[in-house]
Design a protein around this ligand. Structure first.
Ligand code: NOJ
Ligand code: NOJ
Length: 603
């Protein structure tokens, strides 16, 4: 079968970065590293990236049997079984990886391309939602890890997947174009993107299961990401001299998007089959995934993160979880809490989600970016309650960045955003793994382990915190609601993507750069080395041990750091060693540390 022979074709590339477990102080010294949020972010960042890579086929350590380029939602195979590949989770993950690639992680390129080729294969696969001839098959929510169709009942179709996939591929395509590689775009990515845009233009006004796979109707998240995809798809088409007839639906989707604002919060769903409050995390997710750093204002039409309706909604959604989860008990309004999917949720007991809690932080980081760019902040009657959490006496008005009110509010909101991340820190186990949820009563991780989307959310929230923003999707030229709204659709064209050709073979990973980090307070003349049972680490001979660097050493985070290039697959034992000026060396206490260098990922 074409699909299998293609997907199992192993293509492996350049060097990879791996991360030995982070050590927060050595037994020898009995110092404890401080655990500030900064420390957590520094130690969790490589773990989150590795957590994603582990879940991608064909060589991720948690992805045994997964076809090349496919992403499992989680390695968990029962209660819940998430060992499948969802179009949504995969696209959100690869959007985060594409942005990380653009921000400088060049190792990710082959992996991104393997995802793209794999998606071309999935697009042509007939499934229980339909097939490619009229586009309906693109609405299939998930597939088996070997790239075959999933044949059991499910909440299908889910119409956010094609839009999110188009967005991920467009981000990569635009990078390629600005780096002179238009041919990969016209021959490989555009045919895939074009099918997805056709699907959005044709079916945006049809009912869909929501991103939680439970509710049939219309979902804010789905509508928001659909609008975005058509806007940026249209710009890409123009850039490469192609047409996108379906992209003309974007203004109509924008019209419909406006109808989710109910005067108090953003309704998570409309036309739905349940009786819920419509307070829903999907609104915050829709808002962060349609944030545009180039937006000139805090536009309400596109629900920009700093818009008054988005802020009002942030408060309503956050507050809806304050009283129902005991882990949130006693945390005052204006301080971060664990955020679940929606207050009535009972799935796995109905708990806070890591990705929800980080999304709440991310919206605020995005808003801070926007206020800083605009140079002022507006408190309107709609957003007043949100701002009063930080300044009870604040009144409506526009505060320029030179005003004390602006300074006070911005600083309090940064603290507020960080408090969501600190909560995630609090409920992250010491190995840094991120599950789907944490228990509403005691915060212990539960449901799917090592959830790919949780790790992706960590990466995007931290990037937003650092002001590393994704590329614009064209919000400034697409935020005007047409005067007449109609639920129109455009019949799309669907063509077999030409990207069914196999990936060019790439050389197997032979060596991996492994990073070693240890936090250890030392004084002048004390240096930390790395010794181990392999020649690269001196074969336990301290004379040949590897010197770690203290360039990043700070009192609050006494980091000793080094990288060692090791053959893929090496199993090693090691210890940290302190050497003193008098020539003496002291091994840390306890058993030898152990580490296996991964290999095989198409880096
Ligand atoms: C119900 C959950 O709420 C939903 O999100 C999940 O995807 C399905 N069950 C399948 O596990
Ligand atoms: C259940 C979540 O509700 C859904 O959004 C997600 O796609 C799947 N799990 C897989 O992670």
């Amino acid at each position: 079968m074409v699909l299998l022979s293609f997907l199992t074709h192993l293509a492996v590339g350049a060097n990879l970065l791996a991360q030995a477990p982070l050590v927060n102080s050595l037994a020898l010294y009995q110092n404890r590293a401080t655990t500030s949020l900064e420390d957590f972010i520094a130690s969790e960042s490589p773990i989150a990236l590795q957590g994603i890579l582990n879940n991608i086929g064909s060589a991720g350590s948690n992805a045994v049997g997964v076809a090349l380029g496919l992403v499992v939602a989680s390695p968990s195979k029962e209660n819940p079984d998430y060992f499948d590949t969802w179009t949504r989770d995969s696209a959100l993950t690869f959007k985060a990886l594409v942005d990380a690639f653009i921000a400088g992680n060049t190792n990710l390129r082959n992996l991104i391309e393997s995802y793209i080729y794999a998606q071309a294969q999935l697009q042509i696969l007939p499934n229980l939602s339909g097939n490619l001839s009229n586009g309906l098959g693109l609405g299939e929510p998930k597939f088996e890890v070997d790239g075959t169709a999933f044949t059991a009942p499910w909440g299908r179709p889910q119409r956010d997947g094609p839009a999110l996939r188009a967005t991920a591929l467009i981000a990569y395509s635009r990078w390629l174009i600005s780096n002179g590689d238009i041919s990969f775009v016209t021959s490989v990515t555009w045919p895939i993107i074009s099918n997805d845009l056709s699907f959005v233009g044709q079916y945006w006004n049809w009912t869909t299961y929501d991103l939680w796979e439970e509710t049939l109707g219309s979902s804010f998240f789905t509508t928001a990401v659909q609008h975005r995809a058509l806007v940026e798809g249209s710009a890409l088409a123009e850039q490469i001299g192609r047409s996108c007839a379906s992209c003309g639906q974007a203004p109509q989707i924008l019209c419909f998007l406006g109808s989710y604002w109910d005067g108090n919060h953003v309704a998570g769903n409309q036309n739905e089959d349940n009786q819920r409050s419509r307070k829903d995390l999907n609104t915050i997710l829709g808002i962060i995934h349609t944030f545009d750093p180039s937006a000139e204002n805090c536009d309400t039409t596109t629900f920009q993160p700093c818009s008054d309706i988005a802020l009002a909604n942030h408060k309503v959604v956050s507050d809806s979880f304050r009283t129902i989860f005991s882990v949130n008990a006693g945390i005052p309004e204006g301080s971060g809490v664990g955020i679940g999917r929606y207050p009535e949720d009972t799935y796995q007991g109905g708990n806070p989600w890591y990705l929800g809690t980080m999304a709440a932080a991310e919206q605020l980081y995005d808003a801070l970016y926007q206020w800083n760019k605009i140079g002022s902040l507006e408190v309107s009657s709609t957003s007043l309650a949100f701002f009063q959490d930080f300044s009870p006496s604040v009144v409506t008005g526009v505060y320029t960045s030179s005003s004390p009110t602006y300074t006070t509010l911005v600083s309090a909101i940064k603290t507020y955003a960080d408090s969501y991340m600190s909560l995630v820190q609090k409920y992250t186990p010491s190995d840094g793994s991120l599950a789907e949820q944490f228990n509403r009563h005691d915060g212990t991780p539960l449901s799917a382990s090592n959830l790919t989307w949780s790790y992706a959310s960590f990466l995007t929230a931290v990037a937003a915190r650092d002001g590393v923003v994704p590329a614009s999707w064209g919000e400034p030229s697409s935020n005007v609601v047409p005067s007449v709204c109609a639920g129109s659709t455009a019949t799309g064209t669907y063509l077999t993507p030409t990207a069914t050709a196999p990936l060019p073979p790439c050389t197997a990973v032979t060596s991996v750069v492994v990073a070693f980090n240890v936090a250890e307070t030392t004084s002048y003349g004390q240096n930390i080395f790395l010794a181990g049972n392999i020649t690269q680490l001196g074969s336990w001979n301290t004379v040949d041990a590897v010197a770690l660097s203290a360039v990043d050493y700070q009192a609050e985070y006494p980091r000793w750091y080094g990288t060692v290039d090791l053959p893929a697959g090496t199993a090693l034992q090691y210890k940290y060693v302190e050497k003193r000026v008098d020539g003496s060396s002291i091994f840390e206490g306890g058993a030898n540390r152990e580490f296996v260098v991964e290999g095989g990922l198409c880096g």
